[in-house]
Write a protein that binds this ligand. Structure first.
Ligand SMILES: [Zn+2]
Length: 114
């Protein structure tokens, strides 16, 4: 009895995409997979046994600038929105105050007139 190959699996074929970090060995310039290795940890090259370490991953300057600009725009939008909301609240209170003042003064003039 020959084994039947399982071509599609039980739930279908699945393709996984994996992001991997490769460190170039400073001695023999071969790629070392450092995806599962924490930063600043010591790594031994399989090709030349040279010991090196994974440096901290620093995002490029344009990514930092982009985040900075985005945060500035976000702060600006928050400022505009909060100013608008506060203005709306104070406008409503002012109108209510004016209404009460008018009614009081109206009553006063009425009593004065009588
Ligand atoms: Zn090496």
């Amino acid at each position: 009895m020959s084994e039947i190959p399982n071509l599609t699996g039980n739930t279908g074929i699945e393709i996984k995409k994996k992001l991997s970090y490769l460190l170039t060995c400073p001695k023999c310039s071969s790629d070392i997979d450092v995806t599962d290795i924490k930063s600043n940890a010591h790594i031994q090259c399989k090709g030349c046994n040279n010991v090196t370490w994974r440096p901290d991953y620093n995002p490029p300057w344009w990514a930092k600038t982009k985040n900075f600009v985005l945060s500035l725009i976000g702060t600006l939008i928050i400022g505009i929105v909060s100013t608008y909301i506060v203005n709306k609240i104070f406008e409503k209170e002012k109108m209510e105050l004016n209404n009460t003042e008018n009614s009081i003064s109206g009553k006063k003039t009425n009593t004065n007139g009588n």
